[in-house]
Design a protein around this ligand. Structure first.
Ligand code: C2O
Ligand code: CU
Ligand code: CU
Length: 477
């Protein structure tokens, strides 16, 4: 089973595999880090966040003298930063002006009603508008994001530029305000010699599209200046389609303070961090040594099929210049950030097995990216669950590469990783909506959905999602 050819997925596996345009265009480096523009709140009364997001074609200038056609929200890529507070009602009018295609806005990780979550079943047709409306519950503060989720087109609309950050803030925040709060959206970009973005190759479909340049808020290796002794709160977003980012600050110690769904219980020192596609990590970084402190990529073997494996180590993503003028004395990070109640014992357990199938035949390569032997079918319900009941999900990766697992509508708690019979517990309890499941690994997590309706779960390598590694979870009241 599972060897059905994906529609439109037969291709020649020969010469075009891994044929990327690596190294054809050099991007300028060293500009001052650009803070993401805030999406302005048009509402007058407190407790309401009201705005408009228009997705439309735009032109970016990444390299000197070259115009790159992209897609943007309100002319920006990454899209404008949305900031709202717990308890707020959000009303966002989405205008789809990207051209001939349907789109949606999916509120990745956010506890919004199923019919407001931009599912592929709720497309916003080309040239039309719709309003997304929801209330941000108390306790939902966290680092979320938004991106399109139309059937079969998500991967392309995202790599062409449609993605933005949505930060839900709490009125009581234990992290000292003196640390600032900077959102860093990491994307990656591939440019052809003429400055355009090439379409996906066979290798991109198999491995996920990995670009040639990693960008921070749309810039290559931007610079940030801080005083000696400064502490900075950074929210790192992996908004790439398929790149695994193992990162460390060379010259500045990192402390993890939060995950996808907000603060963890207590700060945890980290030598390095791994952020898979779709994941977020909140850090406090201490800049105690004058001179440059650089955020760099480290080697990470995520599994790769065929030629064209991109460099994943030694890239400088961000340079922080630490001046010799000492900062004023800053309050310390508190020892406790917030309590996280462990989810209760599960009412049932489920097993989701991720596999890839590859076969050569007369028409070329046939690929399948499957969950429990099946490719995505929008008209099929794969799992039925009850709102309010905790379940144990076992995500089993029997494939040759890592697959980051994501589920809509809620935050879950990872309780164990198992590999070759060895079980390890995560270093800290966290609310997550995306977790990497390394090849050969099983990840166990506790999951509870509170709101009824259909929810998607899928691999967040967006090309895999598009090729079938997705299912429908029906949450019943
Ligand atoms: Cu970030 Cu179903 O997506
Ligand atoms: Cu999502
Ligand atoms: Cu995958």
């Amino acid at each position: 089973s599972g060897m059905d050819p994906m529609p439109g997925m037969s291709g020649h596996a020969g010469h075009d595999m891994g044929a990327t345009s690596q190294g054809t265009t050099l991007l300028p480096e060293g500009a001052a880090l650009r803070e993401l523009p805030l999406l302005a709140n048009e509402a007058r009364r407190p407790g309401l966040f009201k705005a408009r997001l228009t997705a439309e074609p735009a032109v970016a200038r990444f390299a000197e003298g070259q115009d790159t056609p992209i897609l943007a929200y309100n002319g920006q890529s990454p899209g404008p930063l949305i900031e709202a507070f717990e308890g707020d009602r959000v009303e966002i009018t989405f205008a789809n002006r990207i051209g001939e295609e349907a789109s949606t806005i999916h509120w990745h990780g956010m506890p919004v009603p199923a019919d407001q979550d931009g599912n592929p079943m709720d497309p916003v047709a080309a040239g039309t508008d719709r309003i997304y409306a929801f209330v941000l519950p108390e306790g939902s503060a966290g680092s979320y994001w938004y991106h399109p989720h139309p059937h079969g087109k998500t991967a392309e609309q995202v790599y062409r530029g449609l993605a933005g950050a949505f930060v839900v803030k709490s009125k009581v925040d234990p992290v000292p305000a003196e640390y600032g709060d900077t959102v860093l959206v990491l994307t990656d970009l591939r440019l052809a010699a003429d400055g355009s973005m090439p379409g996906n190759t066979m290798s991109d479909l198999m491995n996920g599209r990995v670009g040639d340049h990693v960008l921070v808020n749309g810039q290559k290796n931007p610079q940030l200046s801080v005083a000696e002794g400064a502490r900075r709160r950074l929210r790192l977003y992996n908004a790439t389609n398929a790149r695994f980012l193992k990162l460390a600050f060379d010259g500045a110690p990192m402390t993890i303070i939060g995950a996808d769904g907000g603060l963890i219980e207590a700060p945890v020192a980290a030598e390095d961090i791994l952020i898979g596609p779709g994941e977020r990590i909140e850090l406090v970084v201490a800049f105690d040594r004058p001179g440059p402190a650089t955020l760099k990529t480290l080697p990470y073997d995520r599994g790769w099929m065929g030629p064209g494996r991109p460099a994943d180590a030694g890239l400088t993503l961000l340079t922080v210049n630490v001046s010799q003028t000492p900062a004023e004395v800053l309050p310390p990070l508190p020892e406790r950030l917030r309590p996280i109640a462990p989810l209760p014992a599960p009412a049932r357990s489920r097993r989701l097995v991720f596999t890839e199938t590859m076969a050569m035949n007369a028409s070329g390569m046939e690929m399948g990216f499957l969950i429990n032997g099946r490719a995505f079918d929008m008209a099929r319900v794969d799992i039925v669950t009850k709102a309010g009941e905790t379940e144990l999900w076992e995500i089993v990766n029997q494939a040759d590469m890592d697959h980051p697992f994501h589920v809509h509508g809620t935050q879950f708690q990872v309780i164990a990783h198992e590999r070759d019979g060895t079980v390890s517990k995560p270093r800290y309890l966290a609310w997550k909506d995306t977790v990497n499941v390394a090849r050969g690994e099983t990840v166990r997590l506790l999951l509870r959905q509170e709101r009824p309706g259909p929810r998607m779960y899928h691999c967040h390598i967006l090309e895999h999602e598009q090729l079938g590694m997705m299912g429908v979870l029906d949450v019943q009241a």
